[in-house]
Design a protein around this ligand. Structure first.
Ligand code: ATR
Length: 287
């Protein structure tokens, strides 16, 4: 952790709630390992106050910010500039200080992209099944389409949300890669060896023993699974995958890599693998 001095720059996280966040641990560890003179804190901001908060942060010379639930959409109106992919996704989680305000990015998708690369999971030309159609799912659907998945089956309890995301992604890439489906219709999937990405909140602690699909056939037909949940470290979804002899990963690396990407954007640097690995050990030890 940095010694706070007159020169110390501030970065922070705006959201509500923010008390549970491990972003301060990740960013302050990164600052320590890379010898950057910055301190990262959380700011609890009420809905309707996001623009006021962002304008105030700029006036206070805050270097950069992350944005979490429920402000990833509302923050867009407070930006000076926005990255085109973040604009298409309609959600921003990173604000980088530029002349006259902040530029918005979505590093959640960089986070998953780097986790997939790390684990050797290939999306290109593969069928992908995404479980859930919330904010995280929308960004992941964009990422999988950008990475040229053969087909993306977007399964959700309420089909309307899946249909909306499918329309937006397909319109953006001008194709029909994303196929919306009702969660209950997973038995009609017309492919095997799919990559499954679990984005629903089902299985999140303290509901450790729940999974949105329990049927072992669904898991035996998959090739690999990623759950974006990282608490518990091994979700029921991951256990169901492993019971069929399939590899399964949690969302801790995605979380780490989205923070690393934000830290890199804040500071205009590239963090070495050695420092990323060191921070991964720190956060694994905390959970
Ligand atoms: P996030 O921003 O993390 O993606 P979210 O936008 O609240 O979170 O989305 C939560 C997702 O979990 C949604 O896809 C939700 O399904 P609905 O759109 O039908 O509500 C899904 N989800 C939450 N609880 C669920 C449950 N008990 N069964 C099935 N899906 C569930």
């Amino acid at each position: 952790m940095t010694d706070i001095k007159g020169t110390t720059r501030v970065c922070g996280l705006i959201g509500n709630p923010v008390e549970h966040s491990i972003s301060p641990l990740i960013h302050n560890s990164l600052a320590g390992f890379t010898a950057h003179d910055l301190a990262y804190v959380t700011f609890k901001v009420e809905s309707g106050q996001v623009k006021t908060a962002v304008d105030g942060a700029y006036a206070l010379n805050v270097l950069g910010m992350n944005v979490t639930v429920p402000h990833k959409q509302e923050v867009i109106e407070a930006l000076k500039d926005i990255d085109p992919l973040a604009k298409a996704i309609g959600a921003v989680n990173t604000l980088v200080r530029v002349d006259g305000g902040y530029k918005g990015y979505n590093t959640d998708i960089f986070g998953l992209e780097r986790e997939l690369e790390d684990e050797g999971i290939i999306i290109e030309d593969k069928p992908v099944v995404i479980l859930g159609a919330g904010g995280a799912s929308r960004a992941i659907a964009f990422l999988c389409a950008k990475k040229c998945a053969a087909k993306i089956y977007l399964l959700n309890r309420s089909i309307e949300k899946a249909e909306l995301i499918a329309r937006e992604v397909n319109d953006f890439f001008n194709n029909d890669t994303v196929v919306p489906m009702k969660m209950a219709d997973y038995t009609t999937l017309d492919c095997t060896d799919y990559v499954v990405i679990q984005t629903t909140s089902v299985g999140l602690h303290p509901h450790d023993n729940e999974a949105v699909i329990e049927d072992e056939i669904f898991y035996s037909n998959a090739s690999v699974g990623v759950d974006i949940i990282y608490n518990p470290a091994e979700t029921k979804f991951m256990k169901l995958m492993k019971a069929q002899g399939k590899p399964a990963y949690n969302g801790l690396k995605m979380l780490l890599y989205q923070a690393v990407a934000a830290f890199e954007l804040f500071n205009g640097i590239s963090v070495s693998k050695e420092h990323v690995d060191a921070v991964y050990d720190v956060i694994k030890g905390e959970l």
